[in-house]
Design a binder for this molecule. Structure first.
Ligand SMILES: [Zn+2]
Ligand SMILES: [Zn+2]
Length: 323
C-alpha cells in the first residue's frame, strides 16, 4: 500500500502494513477479486494496494470481518463493518442481516450509571447553589431556575445537558396558519406522535391558537425534523437512563412489534401525546428512533461507498490488466 493518498496527498498510514493505517481511515476489501483499498478520510478516494501486499492483508481482513465484528449497514454490493474500533468495507455479496438497535440499549444503561454515580449528586447540589446565586444576579436564563422542582438532580442534569430549547425553525399549523418557531423542552410532553400523509411517523405540537384542539390542529414537523426532535426530546425525557430490567422490558416490546420501525409505526398509529406513553414505551421509542436515524445516516454513507467502489473497481480492472 501507499502511505499517502494518491488523490490528495494526505498521510494514510505510518507504516506500510495494515497495522500502520490510521484508525479513521476505512479499509475496503474484495476477497473474490483479491483487492484491497484504503479509503482516504479527507477526499474519500479509494487507494488500491499493490498486488504483493494484498494476500496477507486479505486474510487478516476476512478474519476481522468474521470474528468480533458488527455489520453496521449493507447493500447488495458493499457492507460497512465495525471491528476492533475500525470500519471495514466489504465488497461482494452479503452474508446475513443484523439488527443494530441493541447498541442504544447499552447507551441508556451507561446513562444510568452516570446518573446514579455520586459525582452527579454532588454536582447537582453545587449547580443548584450556583443557579440560586445566578438567579439573584438575574442570570437564570444561563444558570437555570430550579425552585419548586420535584427531582432536582434530574432537572439540573437536563438543564446542563440540553438547556431550554429543543428545536428552532418554522412549523406551521395547517388549520389557522400560525407558525411555531421554537419548541421548549417543558412543552415536549404535549408532543403528539402520529403518522403523516405517507404513513411515516412524525411529531406535532398542539396548536396554541386553535380551540377546540384536535390531533389535526398541530404545528407539524417534517419527517426529518421529527426524527431530530424526537431524538433530542426523548434523550431529555430519559435523561436518567434505564436499569437492565427496564431495558429488557423495552427490548421485549420492540421484539414483539417485529422491528424497530414497526414499533414506531404502531405507536404512531395510536396518535398519543408523549406524556401518555408509559416509561418503558418511551425508552423503547428512544432506542428505535436512534436506530432509525443511524440507519438513515448509514444508508447515505453506503450509497456513497457503493459509488466509490464502482469507480475504484473499474480503475482496478485497468491497473491489474496492465500489471
Ligand atoms: Zn485523499
Ligand atoms: Zn392552529
Amino acid at each position: 500500500m501507499d502511505r499517502y493518498c494518491l488523490y490528495c496527498d494526505r498521510a494514510l498510514a505510518g507504516r506500510q502494513d495494515l497495522r500502520g493505517v490510521r484508525p479513521n481511515v476505512r479499509i475496503a476489501f474484495d476477497s473474490k477479486n483479491e483487492r484491497v483499498w484504503t479509503i482516504c478520510d479527507r477526499c474519500h478516494g479509494w487507494n488500491l494496494w499493490w498486488t504483493d501486499d494484498r494476500a496477507h492483508a486479505l486474510e487478516t481482513l476476512e478474519r476481522r470481518a468474521r470474528d468480533r465484528a458488527r455489520v453496521l449497514f449493507e447493500t447488495d454490493h458493499v457492507a460497512l463493518i465495525e471491528s476492533e474500533g475500525r470500519q471495514l468495507v466489504r465488497v461482494g455479496a452479503p452474508p446475513s442481516r443484523e439488527e443494530a438497535w441493541w447498541r442504544y440499549g447499552r447507551q441508556l444503561r451507561r446513562r444510568r450509571d452516570h446518573f446514579t454515580s455520586s459525582l452527579t449528586g454532588v454536582g447537582a447540589a453545587t449547580y443548584t447553589a450556583v443557579s440560586t446565586l445566578g438567579r439573584s444576579l438575574g442570570f437564570e436564563s444561563v444558570t437555570g431556575d430550579f425552585r419548586g422542582v420535584t427531582n432536582r438532580r434530574v432537572e439540573v442534569l437536563r438543564w446542563r445537558r440540553f438547556r431550554g430549547t429543543a428545536w428552532c425553525g418554522r412549523a406551521p399549523c395547517p388549520s389557522c396558519n400560525s407558525v411555531l418557531i421554537r419548541l421548549f423542552f417543558f412543552k415536549s410532553p404535549d408532543l403528539v406522535l402520529a403518522p403523516d400523509a405517507d404513513g411515516l411517523p412524525m411529531v406535532g405540537l398542539p396548536c396554541s391558537r386553535c380551540d377546540p384542539w384536535t390531533v389535526e390542529k398541530t404545528y407539524g414537523f417534517s419527517p426529518q425534523a421529527s426524527e431530530w426532535v424526537l431524538q433530542r426530546v426523548l434523550a431529555w425525557h430519559n435523561v436518567g437512563g434505564a436499569t437492565q430490567r427496564e431495558l429488557d422490558k423495552a427490548v421485549r416490546l420492540i421484539d414483539g412489534a417485529g422491528s424497530a420501525a414497526e414499533f414506531v409505526g404502531t405507536l404512531a398509529g395510536r396518535r398519543q401525546q408523549l406524556r401518555q406513553l408509559p416509561r418503558i414505551e418511551r425508552l423503547a421509542l428512544e432506542i428505535c428512533v436512534n436506530d432509525g436515524a443511524e440507519r438513515h445516516r448509514l444508508a447515505a454513507l453506503a450509497a456513497d461507498l457503493e459509488a466509490g467502489w464502482r469507480r475504484a473497481d473499474e480503475l482496478a480492472g485497468i491497473i491489474d490488466a496492465e500489471l
